[in-house]
Design a protein around this ligand. Structure first.
Ligand SMILES: [Zn+2]
Length: 307
């Protein structure tokens, strides 16, 4: 088990309907050996197998909105989990209407199972949805044709690194170590005060990932993901279809770049490509006209390590 892991797996990068080249939206975050799925388009459970992501490690599923290309993989995935998962549990985070649909489906197809399925309603206005020991997940509003949210996964600030030489030299008792890692100074028995900066070095930076699902171009999105390291932003179209993007509640690659630039992101990941285009590299090229950081055009099977 890799305790430092924070990896994004791209299972589906297309929009609207599955095609020969792309599957609908699905991403899985592998965080210290637990899996967190965001959106669940058709084909998600097959992609989990193809990418060797273990069903038994899946703990939470976050849904951005109730359009088929982000939701319809769930009934199949959940019924597989109900068949095979003994004593495991999964929590689905979605709007109350989505919970209602899933409850009905599970009542019809998945009774007599020891698999525990939990539901957590998501507020379309956003807010904290998960608070774990080492990271949080929060939702924020997007601007689509139906209520829609994005999600930010953020590590909590990490502990400072101890300087082993100083700890040994001063013979600091174990009982003080926790406070020193958190930033405390140390008062030695001889009365001398050792500053924390003499005993520790800076912690590793806390990493963060934003998932900006279906949305038209709106600067409030940049505001919501300001300071996030790696930003995924949908880029359904290129600028030649900009006039169609906003009315349909979608963005162009250039607009995705503008959001990432305004947010101060280090890296932009693109996806949710319209099937009208057959060369994904065009999306990255267009986003480079508005974003100065690293750009990755997602494809099925891609993995990105944030650490
Ligand atoms: Zn979509």
């Amino acid at each position: 088990m890799d305790m430092a892991k924070f990896q994004i797996n791209y299972l589906g990068c297309g929009s609207a309907t599955p095609t020969e080249r792309h599957l609908p939206s699905c991403q899985v975050i592998d965080f210290r050996d637990r899996l967190f799925m965001i959106d669940c388009g058709e084909g998600a459970q097959l992609q989990l197998r193809r990418m060797h992501l273990k069903f038994s490690r899946l703990s939470h599923i976050f849904i951005s909105h109730l359009h088929g290309d982000h939701f319809l993989g769930l009934p199949g995935l959940l019924s597989t989990l109900a068949l095979h998962s003994v004593d495991s549990s999964v929590t689905v985070h979605t709007f109350p209407e989505g919970i209602e649909i899933l409850r009905r489906l599970m009542r019809m197809f998945c009774h007599d199972t020891s698999f525990a399925l939990h539901y957590e309603p998501v507020d379309p206005a956003g807010g904290l949805v998960l608070d774990e020991r080492s990271f949080t997940v929060r939702a924020f509003p997007l601007y689509h044709r139906v209520p829609c949210v994005g999600y930010v996964f953020e590590e909590k600030p990490k502990e400072r690194h101890l300087r082993g030489d100083m700890i040994r030299f001063l013979n600091i008792p174990v009982s003080r170590i926790k406070d020193i890692k958190a930033g405390a100074d140390y008062l030695a028995p001889d009365g001398r005060l050792w500053l924390n900066s003499e005993l520790t070095t800076d912690p590793d930076p806390a990493m963060s990932y934003a998932y900006c699902s279906d949305t038209r171009f709106d600067m409030r999105v940049a505001e919501a993901v300001r300071g996030v390291d790696t930003v995924y932003h949908e880029s359904t179209y290129l600028s030649d279809w900009e006039h169609k993007a906003a009315p349909r509640g979608h963005s162009t690659a250039a607009q995705a770049g503008m959001i990432a630039e305004a947010a101060g992101a280090r890296r932009l990941v693109l996806g949710h490509y319209s099937k009208s285009y057959d060369d994904d590299s065009l999306f990255a090229r267009e986003a480079a006209t508005t974003f100065s950081g690293e750009i990755i055009a997602a494809r099925e099977g891609l993995r990105i390590d944030l650490l």
